[in-house]
Design a protein around this ligand. Structure first.
Ligand code: TMP
Ligand code: ASP
Length: 239
């Protein structure tokens, strides 16, 4: 598989075409951004860590019957993915209140939620990815049918069940995470983008230590060391 023309460059990844029109290559970058890219930095090796973490988690989810765009890794920071038309909704699932939820609703930081909360955000940088409800999503034509919103919620909850119990074994609390979906050539909704410490929050179950991008967002510590720790713990549980 070889990289052809650059199709899209995002904040954390570049997507390339390949000789197969149904396959792309995702290259994970070392760039770190937060708060709509107002805050920027780089951490050498971060892209490779996120690529490997995502690959492990996509494989795990596939074992539980959740379809993903992942095909295979071709280097430590590049993976072959299936072509999919992205759904412009960020699906956030929360187990513990923190981040924007505590700010928006005043729920104290660290409150364990009575059930997994699923939220939709409109993936639109100019509008700063606003929180939306089902009706907004339909009016904006982000999906073709209301049933697809139900499917996104169901998939978000299913992914949460699998990942939460997996990370439990790694002594990590899966606090919350963001996932994105696309439609494959047959119109099936498949998990896309990445699942990494850039897009999840992990708190050590014993110490409460943060092992995710909040370290960068709030200048709390070394991202690379934390992401390496997450990868090591994933590999230990998978052994
Ligand atoms: P939030 O509390 O800032 O809304 O974040 C919820 C989850 O979504 C958290 O795990 C971080 C992740 N996230 C992203 O992956 N990308 C984003 O742009 C934002 C704002 C959050
Ligand atoms: N991903 C967003 C950005 O780069 C925000 C965040 O993750 O905090 O701006």
């Amino acid at each position: 598989m070889t990289k052809r023309e650059l199709l899209y460059e995002g904040k954390a990844k570049r997507i390339y075409k390949t000789e197969d029109e149904n396959l792309f290559i995702a290259e994970f970058k070392d760039d770190l951004t937060a708060f709509d890219a107002q805050k920027r930095s780089q951490a050498k090796g971060k892209g490779a860590l996120n690529c490997q973490i995502s690959a492990h988690l996509f494989k795990l989810l596939e074992e539980y019957g959740i379809k993903t765009h992942f095909v295979e890794c071709i280097s430590d920071h590049e993976m072959v993915i299936k072509r999919a038309k992205m759904i412009m909704i960020e699906v956030v699932v929360r187990n513990i209140a923190t981040g924007s939820l505590t700010k928006r609703l005043g729920i104290p930081d660290g409150t364990v939620l009575p059930f997994a909360l699923v939220e939709f955000y409109y993936k639109n940088d100019e509008l700063h990815d606003p929180l939306i409800n089902d009706e907004h999503a339909l009016i904006l034509n982000l999906v073709e049918h209301e049933s697809e919103l139900e499917e996104l919620k169901r998939l978000g909850r299913e992914i949460n069940v699998v990942l939460k119990s997996f990370f439990d074994k790694a002594n990590l609390n899966l606090v919350d995470f963001k996932v994105e979906f696309g439609k494959d050539s047959q119109g099936n909704i498949i998990l896309a983008d990445e699942i990494s410490p850039d897009s999840c929050r992990f708190w050590d179950k014993t110490s409460g230590e943060k092992l995710d991008k909040d370290l960068f967002r709030h200048d709390l510590g070394d991202v690379k060391v934390a992401y390496e720790e997450v990868l090591n713990r994933i590999q230990k549980v998978m052994q």
